[in-house]
Design a protein around this ligand. Structure first.
Ligand SMILES: NC(=O)c1ccc[n+]([C@@H]2O[C@H](COP(=O)([O-])OP(=O)(O)OC[C@H]3O[C@@H](n4cnc5c(N)ncnc54)[C@H](OP(=O)(O)O)[C@@H]3O)[C@@H](O)[C@H]2O)c1
Length: 272
């Protein structure tokens, strides 16, 4: 990436996080450009990151090796169709828009090397995980560029088929909200057991963080970590048995299937 020139179309939350991550990794501000219709957004991002911003998308993509389209899914069609006459065949397009398929993108952009990504919200803090899918035109060097780009805001996993992006959406794209729901429910249960809301919330949040750290840093899987903290007939055992008697695993499977199904359904609607 030391010489790669990157253009961001849309300079909102996700683009700004990626730009910040890339600069922190040592990219020169002169390698990055962005465009956005909002004068306030342009001024804010220019001041925060010291990069050049444009009101015109076509100006931003001139001479770029990689073009990241970071607008809301509803704006993708118009943005891609307007960009089409300004693209050069070697330019790698990276879409981070939720629910827009490669078929739709290529129809709007014309034939281009294309990587479709599904990042998640913790990317805004540099703690994200992104699922990436590359179309056949993407060269190994461009794959590496996309990998390094999304690695600026977290970790990256590659999937083999585009349909797997719906599964990525179900697990990690929508996933932060599942943990927020669990934190909410644990906080409410702690309050019912006699704690103040503030204390219950602190306990639930820090426990989620600590457990995630343990799972990520350990060389054994989550089921083994769970076994290690569950003494037979102890307190954790009582809670886990209660979760399982209420069908916890089946509930999670059903919820993630609903998310994956909705992701595929939205792709059809947004692709029209
Ligand atoms: N935020 C997340 O955690 C997250 C997670 C996964 C995926 N994503 C995906 O990332 C993409 C960007 O999300 P975001 O949260 O960064 O949204 P955002 O903060 O709203 O940023 C989008 C930016 O694009 C600008 N824009 C609108 N029309 C444009 C055009 N024609 N040309 C250039 N720029 C234009 C918007 O300006 P105006 O505000 O003036 O319209 C806004 O500044 C979305 O497609 C979303 O699905 C985001």
């Amino acid at each position: 990436m030391s010489k790669t020139r990157i253009a961001f179309i849309g300079a909102g939350n996700m683009a700004s996080s990626l730009i910040g991550g890339l600069l922190a990794k040592g990219l020169d501000a002169a390698q990055i450009r962005a465009s956005d219709p909002g004068a306030d957004t342009r001024a804010k991002v220019a001041e925060q990151h010291g990069i050049e911003l444009f009101a015109d998308n076509a100006q931003a993509v001139q001479d770029a090796d990689v073009i990241v389209i970071a607008v809301k899914p509803q704006a993708m069609k118009a943005v891609c169709q307007d960009l089409r006459p300004h693209l050069k065949p070697h330019q790698l397009l990276v879409s981070i828009a939720a629910g827009i398929t490669c078929a739709s993108l290529l129809e709007w952009l014309g034939t281009q090397p294309l990587v479709r990504c599904m990042p998640n919200t913790p990317a805004l803090l540099g703690k994200g995980v992104s699922g990436l899918y590359a179309t056949a035109q993407v060269t190994p060097a461009q794959r590496q560029q996309a990998d390094e780009l999304l690695s600026a805001v977290g970790i990256v996993v590659w999937v083999e088929t585009e349909a797997q992006i719906d599964a990525v959406t179900a697990v990690s794209g929508s996933g932060p909200a599942y943990f927020f729901l669990l934190i909410e429910a644990m906080t409410a249960a702690g309050v019912k057991l006699g704690l103040s809301h503030e204390v219950a919330e602190q306990l639930a949040e820090q426990t989620a963080l600590g457990a995630a750290h343990m799972a990520v840093s350990s060389d054994v899987d989550a089921s083994e970590l769970r076994r290690r903290v569950t003494s037979p007939a102890g307190t954790t055992d009582a809670a886990i048995k209660s979760f399982q008697a209420s069908g916890f695993e089946a509930m999670v499977e059903k919820a993630l299937s609903a998310a994956a199904h909705r992701s595929a359904e939205m792709a059809e609607q947004l692709g029209q």
